[in-house]
Write a protein that binds this ligand. Sequence first.
Ligand code: ADP
Length: 785
Amino acid sequence: MNKPDTQINPIHLDKIDELPLIPLRGLILFPEMIIHFDVGRDKSIKALEAAMTLNQEVVLVAQKDLEVEDPKPEDIYPIGTRATVKQLLKMPGNLTRVLVEVQNRVKIEEYLSQEPYFEVKVEDVLPMPVQNKETKALMRMVRQAFLEYINLTRKATPDLMMGIEGIDSPDELVDMVGANLLLEIEESQDILQEMHPITRLEKTYEYLVKELELLEIEKDIDDKVKNQMDKQQKEYFLREQIRVIQEELGEGHGGATGIVETYLKKLYKLNLADDIKKKVEDEIFKLNKIPSGSSEAGVVQTYVEWVLDLPWNKETKETIDIKKAREILDKDHYALYKVKERVLEYLAVLKLSNQLKGPILCLVGPPGVGKTSIAKSIAKALGRKFARMSLGGMRDEAEIRGHRRTYVGAIPGRIIYNMKQAGSRNPLFLLDEIDKMSQDFRGDPASALLEVLDPEQNSTFTDNYLELPFDLSKVMFVTTANTVSTIPRPLLDRMEIIEVSGYIEEEKLNIATKYLLPKQLKNHGLKKSNISISDETIRDVINYYTRESGVRELERQLARICRVVAKEIVEEDKKRVTINPKNIEKFLGLKKFRYEKVEGEAEIGLVNGLAWTSVGGDTLQIEAVSMPGKGTLDLTGQLGDVMKESAKAGISYIRSKAAEFDLDPDFYKNLDIHLHVPEGAIPKDGPSAGITMTTALFSLLTKKPVPQNLAMTGEITLRGRVLPIGGVKEKLLAAHRAGITNIIIPKENEKDLEEIPGDILEKLTINTVSSMEEVIKIVFGGSKK
Ligand code: ADP
């Protein structure tokens, strides 16, 4: 688009017009503007009227001094614009509002008359179509500066921006910029009346740049003022917050020094060893150096408070009085004779040796059999405070030992935490579920626990958070577990195991009537006379609503009954509510368990086994089926590896004895066998189902039925020997619960029968065996044909 440079010369149109003139005050108009303004001066109104009778055109020119009321020609600038009047509107106060459309610039040639209005002879000044490199460069600069200007002044509209881009005549560009630039009158007029397009562009650019600078300065000042205000406001708010926090903490007056004094006083009362005292003192003095209310001060304060709250030297007086201990244990617990004896023996040794260096008591048994409750009674008997911490599911060493203080939000581990709760340094500390600890990448809680329990080390137990040695040697630790099999070996070695086994129906009934029900009545604000419940009904609760070794669920169900009774007494104004086997469902809902007596029908491939899980004994049915196939053995149900191996051992045993049992020696080659143990909620494992599985296989292969009033338990070897198993008491109680009368157990377990209550033993026929052949004889009445 390189056009040859045109000579820059204003083009004057020949046509010269004679038009009425209106002098403007404080207003410079540029071509293309559509604008309205108010006219009030007589002379101007007359000029307007004249224009309306002609062709509606007027000349609009600014007067040099807007103060002048009645300007003379010399008071008026020589260059203005020609405009068409579009609209007139009479306004109150003798004003006329005029809407005009500005045409082009004009130069006043001559004043033709001055009264009754100015009439002038004008010469049009039209935009010059100049296009050369200089104008182009200048236009670009002006455009850019103008865009910046309208952005800063927030005047940018899409129309304006497009308009600016679309103009290619320098004069038109200047006119548009002039119309939108807020300048002094003289400056605007300067732009308007400049004739040379390049000079016009230059002047416009200069004014733009000057305006931009001013705007920049304005903005700076504005920002500064705003910042200052923001800062002041922020400081004000922060101060207010600190004030409120300090008030809440009751530190309004003393500030840091007040706290420091209080802490120091507390510290000196504790009588700590010198090195510990020195360390804590250092921490307390830190508070003087850091601003109170800062987060660092918070961290230090939390720490100091933890240290000062610990029972460093507080102790309860211990009296080991065996007689009193027996009384308390008896009062709180029904039965559990053996357990109580063992506990008393332990206490007697403790009294004689007068130190806690002996083994640690570990109460092992299914849930709800009273382990926690025994520990509480021991604490009561010894006059010790009671602290309790569950280790179930714990896998992070830091739970025991705490996190370092550098760790955000760190607090001491649970040992120290519980010591603080106990408020004495010699409580009875119950570590629950020691068999349920696990271990992973976060360290080994068992080894941390070992340090806690070890009398050689625990007098200087150091929590990661406290970083101070705390003496645990006066704590009496007692642990509980559901089973010994998963207690980490090194811990197990330090413990004295006392087994607390499950209860039979008779015992549960007694516990319910003598302990649980009175306790629940009290909890629910009921009197004994409010409720009538027979033993028979409680037996039904035990049998149809619970299936457990302990009495926890039983206690829950009794609580439920109490709730309903309380509701009826309040709502229906009853004095006494009767619960009997007929209306029990109203209180507890539909029966949850069917207490079915195992039916006597004998079946092929179906054998009752006895299992011992962590929640007590249970019966389980083992099923075996076969189909034509290639000799595979499938095992399903929630079985562990040991159980699968037992099944394989059973098959091998039968194969090795095939001839003896009159079986086809190749039976396994064309049969697929499937053994299934229906899933209880609890996974089963262990070798004790060995003889049960073998019996099921044997029954299947020989097509001999197995009586269903019979249950068995025992491990089997490849050569058919039957080895002893654990949990005999639990298993026999479970069998009894299920109504089984005939039982097979390993001979070596005979000694365990001592623990079984006589009245139960009376109802069971117990066969003891040492070989699989004996089992087969008892079940099928002889191995040979
Ligand atoms: P565990 O710690 O073995 O899981 P708990 O000690 O929590 O069991 O016992 C559950 C509830 O049963 C407690 O209310 C407890 O007092 C009660 N309980 C358990 N055994 C007996 C018992 N032999 N005599 C009286 N109450 C018992």
